[in-house]
Design a protein around this ligand. Structure first.
Ligand code: ZN
Ligand code: ZN
Length: 389
């Protein structure tokens, strides 16, 4: 089959690789009909996630048709049209039983690697390094899905791929980010980063009752989309200091909740952003947490800080003094996709949201390297790329 393979930093290629096989009686094989490039794939593309190996198949946002099943799969049939959460979960462990699906204890065969870095291992993820399981990803013609009974969600007829593909990650991720803000009527939420996850966080914050949502970015078409689709107010941080503007917008108090939908490769205009770039370039720092510093300094006292943006390692110069003295509450982590998938599918069916609003590019799988390039550099007004095998 054809698959998008990682060959080193900024080097992805479409290669011919062996088809996936059933390895375990709870596996399924999916023929992929749509797959997307995610902002977190760019951290792999840029070479910032450790334990990637040449030839690894990328991709964790994919859907398709079931073509083969292991002998112990009961809830799914061959021919079912399914979406696949990007987190791999067993459905039976301490964490899965508590709805903490992205923390599953049974889905990372390389847990020891993650334990060395983090103390404990999160769930395995599709196409996201050997430290997180070494699973082949879904930017391919076929993929193997473990724990198929809990890892595949059947899609009702009448919905297009474009409407349901993002239930695999970015819609639940944006929604959980908004839910982690504990929004109350009248709340003002500020969202750093108006990429795809930021867009879904903004829309979800409104769905959850926020009165005003303010998106912060530097890319004009992303700011315009946040305004036109979700009704957000926006700040271009290259034109104005978001901290100052947010103070003015909130009568000096600051937003009730702040979302960092940027993560480890933040851009910035202040000195600290330059400092991070230098330290990251010489490998003295794994992450560039410019956005995180800003959210902590900007959030109102007693507010909520929600972090869906991916962080990989050890962060420098985090204003913990501000966070502590302002009594902030932190919520973060990989998304518990299994928990949100069905309720969010209902929102799509009811027409509360059409997740395809973020798609700017649909490309054949063969053009994946071009897709990575335009998404990474925000060329050609790119916000979200869907690949069609
Ligand atoms: Zn993703
Ligand atoms: Zn589990």
């Amino acid at each position: 089959m054809k698959a998008v393979c990682w060959n080193g930093a900024k080097d992805v290629r479409v290669e011919t690789v062996p088809d996936p096989k059933i390895l375990n009686p709870r596996d399924a094989i999916i023929k992929i009909t749509s797959t997307a490039i995610c902002g977190s794939d760019l951290h792999l593309y840029d070479g910032f996630i450790p334990t990637m190996e040449k030839g690894d198949i990328l991709g964790h946002e994919f859907m398709g048709e079931v073509v083969e099943l292991g002998s112990e799969v009961k809830n799914i049939k061959i021919g079912d049209r399914v979406v696949v959460p990007f987190t791999i979960s067993c459905g039976n462990c301490f964490f899965c039983n508590r709805d903490l699906w992205s923390l599953c204890d049974n889905s990372n065969p390389n847990a020891w690697m993650a334990e060395k870095l983090m103390g404990h291992s999160p769930a395995g993820l599709f196409g996201y390094s050997h430290m997180l399981g070494g699973y082949a990803g879904g930017q391919a013609e076929y993929a193997r899905v473990p724990f198929a009974d809990v890892g595949l969600f059947k899609i009702p007829d009448g919905l297009t791929d474009d409407q349901v593909l993002f239930l695999t990650d970015i819609f639940p991720t944006g929604y959980m980010a908004a839910e982690n803000c504990h929004i109350k009527p009248g709340d003002i939420v500020a969202v750093w980063g108006c990429g795809p996850v930021g867009q879904f966080a903004i829309k979800s914050a409104f769905l959850l009752g926020a009165e005003r949502v303010i998106g912060i970015d530097r890319i004009p078409e992303r700011l315009r989309l946040a305004e036109s689709y979700s009704g957000a107010e926006t700040i271009n941080y290259e034109e104005a200091d978001p901290g100052e503007v947010l103070k003015e917008m909130t009568g000096g108090r600051g937003p009730d909740a702040v979302i960092d939908a940027v993560g480890m490769e933040a851009h910035g205009t202040n000195f600290d952003a330059f400092y991070d770039r230098v330290k990251q370039a010489v490998r003295l720092e794994t992450d560039r947490p410019t956005a995180l510093r800003q959210v902590l300094l900007t959030c109102r006292k007693g507010g909520h800080v929600s972090i869906p943006g991916v962080y990989g390692g050890f962060l420098d110069k985090i204003p913990m003094g501000a966070a502590f003295n302002k009594g902030l509450t932190f919520k973060m982590g990989q998304t518990h996709v299994h928990k949100y998938l069905r309720p969010l599918l209902e929102h799509v069916q009811k027409g509360d949201i059409d997740p395809s609003f973020v798609i700017t590019h649909r490309l054949p799988l063969e053009q994946a390297p071009h897709g990575y390039e335009i998404f990474k550099h925000k060329k050609d007004n790119c916000i979200k790329v869907v690949l069609k095998p």
